[in-house]
Write a protein of this length. Structure first.
Lengths: 608, 250
């Protein structure tokens, strides 16, 4: 029997893949670049990608069949084998853990008689963890068949377990489960903007691309995705690059754990985002744009498509925008499917082309050789919003906000140990301490600024300022109070990087996995001084030889916590120079499980 | 006049479009590598060819050569990184050199000797990677795969067949065969394919000839990989068309 289709998006409640497959492929015009989109639809319809569907798609698209397997197996939300009618994924960011997700998952596994990662014998469900789903301000969170559920509690888990047992379609579950709050705590330039949609395009439609680029350059706007590259320079380089076509890409693959501001922008201010993309298109001469939306935010798809359609109807997209001859631009939304690495711009472009999201060798850079090797401007959701405001206010007025090298405002996603988690907008230059005060954080031990790949700072650094001069940030701000174990925080992040490594280069593929094992060894009480040296050695190799930023920053959480909170590590070490990673007693676990024994006689004595 | 850069104090000339690795090999300077092959577009995944360029570590196979670069390769700091990478590869797969029929002809083993890697140093991962012996003439021993993608590239770019592909990601990344059954016997591979010739380790093996060349008389028994790699390196004077990597050279 085929499982539920994708009920929330108005598709048929029961999917007959064999009938629909032809239509799905046809809808994507048999384009190879749409392979990932096609696979996502098959997955949503059938619950997995059946072998005969893969063969059919390969034959129709005229691609090797192995490519289907190759692409599908790269993305964690796609499956080549049946994984249950209900696919339950607990968000496993450290903030979810702090809110008790592990107990809830255990409760659900007990209730439904299931082990994590295993398909139940009746094929009803799987329960597993997934990387941060971007709901850190309203966790613990989960995804059920791709639908986000927030504010999990023991009672809610109990109810969900019952609904699954009764095979109630997800569409009939209480709407309250799927309610997602914006939690805007402090507005500013972007969040309080009163622009009517199309307003800025109306005033800029007649000015030259060069004027747009020079205004953005003069505004000192820098990318909000983390790297902080000057936006005007990027647009200029893209505009100057020769190609058959130019493209604009909005990076809405907000995967950095602890970040959720783009989700709020796309919910509350989608017009600002699309207006920014259209402005960019005018500047670089693009006729086509993509919004790459992370799979976890799939629930926003119909809302965003509605906004796009309204903009088309209002002459803000399509041919001759606002009556301006030759100003043609339209936007297509592509979905991701559970791969953090696709937030890296060249990996994102590979994914847009329907491939595995492996970062490219650079140079050449996307501004000259991006989507289909054509000049492409890739910017973050928030960057496009800021560009519209800079254009609206004028460069000088925009530059007056923030600090000398960091102009404008920044949206901060606050989560963790504080009274009011949510979105805060500040001019650049705000201190960490100010944010902590505003969000009601007390007894704060540490803040993870800009997510696991960012920096972990301790109390003596709380007067540092957010901005490119001091503490650059993509927006995540996770607060840990003095009850938290910073070793466990780092270990969670290390697991995240190992899970998300694309596996292309040796240091990251093997190194993140070794780092994870060493951290687990220390956590299990088998660590020694030697392991800390080993961690430092792995960090060095990752930092110096990795192919992309993921590998190079994968060791940051450990490096920073070792620097500030070394006792959290050392208190776990055995006072030995060497301790084998092999755990004799642990090796008997399987035998204990098979014999159903767990008494003292079934364990080896700890030899001291 | 051709431009030059410095490699460990030596002056290396290069043609426009060449990478640091290509120019170095053409000028008789060895830089360790595994996933680089003179006949294919540089790929940059193994990172064994990491060098220091003007103080920054870069993969030399993908780094475009530029006039005046200061490249350091044969220095302890870089060789220490390479040693760790080789150890990682040994620990990641199931490599048992004494019983491997590729012993003496294996680039990973030869690099290990050249860099004086005496032990894997890391905890062995012992991945479960079943063999594929389905094909009458060819054996696939995935245990030894280092995921360099040379067979993938050879099959697609030279043979035009796409017999191989990579699946999974991170530590679950693995080599797969293009067939609904997943078995090599159901693919269109042929013994004469380029994909049969490029595996630097012992994954793709011709059956029944494993030991026809005695151990002790094999490629890396004669001279170390640092010398052998230079013999393979394309020279600007080579016949045009022989080597994809030097097609653009005059």
């Amino acid at each position: 029997m085929l499982p539920d289709a994708n009920p929330i998006y108005g598709e048929s409640p029961r999917c007959d893949l064999h009938a629909d497959l032809h239509e799905i492929v046809a809808r994507h015009c048999g384009e190879k670049t749409n392979l990932l989109q096609l696979l996502i639809e098959v997955q949503a319809c059938a619950g997995y990608i059946p072998a005969d569907a893969a063969s059919y798609i390969a034959a129709t698209l005229d691609i090797p069949r192995a490519r289907i397997e190759s692409v599908a197996s790269f993305y964690s939300f796609l499956h080549l084998k049946p994984v249950g009618e209900y696919r339950v994924l607990f968000s496993d960011n450290i903030t979810d853990r702090m809110l008790g997700n592990q107990d809830l998952m255990e409760q659900m596994c007990r209730q439904l008689w299931l082990q994590p990662g295993k398909v139940s014998e009746d094929g009803l469900l799987t329960i597993n963890t997934t990387s941060c789903t971007g709901m850190c301000d309203q966790g613990p969170a989960m995804l059920v068949n791709g639908h986000a559920i927030t504010r999990l509690s023991s009672q809610r888990i109990q109810e969900i377990g019952q609904l699954i047992r009764n095979r109630t379609p997800v569409a009939e579950w209480p709407a309250d489960y799927f309610k997602i709050e914006n939690n805007i705590r402090r507005g500013g330039l972007i969040l309080d903007n009163k622009l009517a949609y199309g307003e800025v395009l109306q005033t800029t439609k007649t000015i030259t691309p060069e004027t747009i680029i020079s205004t953005i350059k003069d505004s000192n706007l820098r990318g909000r995705g983390g790297a902080g590259f000057p936006t005007g320079m990027k647009w200029e380089a893209c505009s100057n690059a020769e190609g058959d076509a130019h493209y604009v890409v909005c990076n809405a693959d907000e995967g950095e754990p602890g970040t959720f501001k783009d989700r709020v922008l796309l919910t509350r201010h989608p017009d600002l985002v699309f207006e920014g993309m259209t402005l960019c298109a005018r500047a670089v001469g693009a006729k086509k744009g993509f919004l790459y939306l992370r799979g976890e935010y799939r629930y926003l798809l119909s809302h965003l498509q509605g906004v796009l359609q309204r903009r088309r109807d209002s002459e803000l997209l399509g041919e001759n925008i606002l009556g301006e001859q030759g100003f043609d631009f339209d936007i297509e939304i592509h979905l991701g499917a559970g791969a953090y690495i696709c937030g890296e711009e060249s990996a994102l472009i590979e994914s847009l082309e329907g491939k595995r999201g492996v970062p490219r060798n650079r140079p050449p850079f996307p501004v000259t050789h991006g989507y289909l090797q054509q000049p492409t401007a890739v910017d973050n959701v928030e960057t496009f919003c800021q560009a519209v405001m800079a254009m609206h206010m004028g460069a000088a007025a925009y530059r007056a906000i923030g600090t000398e090298k960091s102009s404008g405002s920044k949206l901060i996603s606050v989560s963790g140990d504080c009274a009011s988690p949510g979105i805060y907008e500040y001019p650049f230059g705000v201190t960490v301490r100010q944010i902590l005060t505003d969000c009601g954080a007390v007894n704060t031990r540490a803040v993870q600024v800009s997510g696991p790949s960012g920096i972990c700072i301790g109390e003596h650094e709380f007067d540092r300022k957010l901005g490119f001069e001091d503490l650059p940030t993509a927006g995540a701000f996770m607060v840990f109070d003095d009850s938290r174990d910073m070793f466990e925080v780092a270990r969670n992040f290390v697991h995240f990087f190992a899970h998300e490594s694309c596996g292309f280069c040796t240091p990251c593929r093997v190194g993140t996995s070794m780092l994870k094992q060493t951290m687990d060894k220390v956590a299990a009480g088998h660590g020694t001084q030697h392991d800390l040296t080993e961690i430092e050695n792995l960090d060095h190799v990752l930092q110096t030889t990795s192919h992309c930023g993921l590998g190079r920053t994968a060791c940051n959480p450990v490096l920073h916590t070792l620097k500030h909170f070394r006792p959290a590590y050392e208190s776990r070490l055995k006072s030995l120079d060497f301790e084998p990673a092999f755990d004799l007693d642990g090796a008997l676990a399987r035998a204990r499980q098979m014999t159903g024994r767990d008494d003292a006689g079934a364990h080896l004595k700890e030899s001291e | 006049m051709t431009d030059t850069f410095q490699l460990d104090g030596a002056t290396v000339p290069f043609e426009p479009g060449q990478t640091v690795m290509q120019a170095a090999l053409a000028a008789d300077h060895y830089i360790p590598h595994l996933c680089y092959h003179p006949e294919f577009k540089p790929h940059g995944s193994c990172k064994l060819c990491t060098v220091k360029v003007n103080g920054r570590t870069m993969a030399s196979c993908t780094m475009p050569a530029e006039a005046g670069l200061e490249v350091e390769s044969e220095i302890e700091e870089i060789n220490a990184l390479r040693r760790t990478l080789v150890k990682m590869l040994f620990a990641e797969g199931n490599h048992f050199c004494p019983s491997c029929e590729k012993s003496g002809n294996c680039m990973l083993q030869a690099l290990g000797y050249d860099l004086e890697v005496h032990t894997a140093g890391f905890r062995h991962q012992y991945p479960d990677r079943p063999l594929d012996a389905s094909h009458p003439d060819i054996l696939l021993d995935f245990n030894r795969c280092i995921l360099c993608e040379l067979c993938v590239r050879a099959s697609s770019e030279v043979d035009g067949k796409n017999v191989f592909a990579l699946a999974g990601r991170g530590d679950t990344k693995h080599l797969i065969v293009n067939a609904e059954s997943g078995q090599l016997k159901d693919s269109n591979i042929a013994l004469t394919d380029k994909a049969m010739q490029v595996c630097p380790v012992g994954v793709i093996l011709k059956k029944r000839v494993g030991f026809s060349q005695p151990i002790g008389e094999r490629r890396y028994d004669e001279s170390p990989i640092s010398a052998q790699a230079l013999l393979d390196a394309p020279r600007p004077s080579d016949a045009a068309g022989d080597c994809a990597a030097c097609e653009d050279a005059p």
